[in-house]
Design a protein around this ligand. Structure first.
Ligand SMILES: N[C@@H](CCC(=O)N[C@@H](CS)C(=O)NCC(=O)O)C(=O)O
Length: 197
């Protein structure tokens, strides 16, 4: 299967999950401005929505949206998400929170043309949402306990943006969690493969 990605974009979460799950993959970089891939494909033909990530299967089928791709990788590999019961739904609950309460609120800070008011409001909301997650994390190793899940793959990227793209201070537990995750072999490898420092 092939992951369409842009360096340091939210597709990094799927890239980390691919490495963690040991699924064989190829990478295809997308230029989000021109909507062309490094191999010269018209990306809009792969994903008409025009954004990354997209996961193309060997039969040509394409899956999009972080929550769907990450959940697919977890189900297919039998790792990174408990199979059933409340622990399973906790992962999806956290994924929805990351997608709608964190990821979406970065948009005014990263997209051109936002007013200062919009940016300040987004920063306030993000600080509150990160504060909530910091309390949930406490002294745990991963956001939902002792085992890494797809929620950690996604949350890692949001923390990276908070620190490196919008200079938002991270609360104490999340700051330590981020630094520890950054040393994890899957994340080090994903950074190398995306050409990130
Ligand atoms: N709803 C999508 C959003 C994906 C998304 O926001 N992708 C960004 C990178 S992090 C992108 O490709 N933006 C370029 C564009 O929208 O043109 C998902 O969760 O997968």
């Amino acid at each position: 299967m092939k992951l369409y990605y842009a360096p340091g974009a939210c597709s990094l979460a799927d890239h980390i999950a691919l490495i963690e799950t040991d699924i064989t993959y190829e990478l295809e970089r997308v230029d989000l401005k021109t909507k062309r891939t490094e191999g010269g494909e018209d990306y809009l033909k792969v994903n008409p929505k025009g954004y990354v990530p997209a996961l193309k299967f060997d039969d040509g089928e394409v899956l999009t949206e972080n929550i769907a791709i990450l959940s697919y990788l977890a189900e297919r590999s039998g790792t990174l998400m408990p199979a059933d019961g409340i622990p399973h739904w906790r992962v999806l609950e956290t994924m929805a929170f990351i997608s709608t309460e964190l990821h979406k609120n970065f948009k005014p800070l990263l997209a051109p043309g936002s007013s200062d008011d919009e940016k300040n409001r987004a920063k306030d909301i993000l600080s509150k949402r990160f504060g909530f997650l910091d309390e949930c994390l406490g002294d745990r190793t991963f956001i939902l306990g002792d085992d890494m899940t797809i929620a950690d793959c996604y949350l890692f990227v949001m923390l990276m943006w908070a620190k490196d793209k919008v200079a938002l201070g991270l609360p104490r537990h999340l700051a330590g969690y981020y630094e520890t995750l950054k040393q994890r072999p899957s994340i080090v490898r994903a950074f190398q493969e995306e050409g990130l420092s």
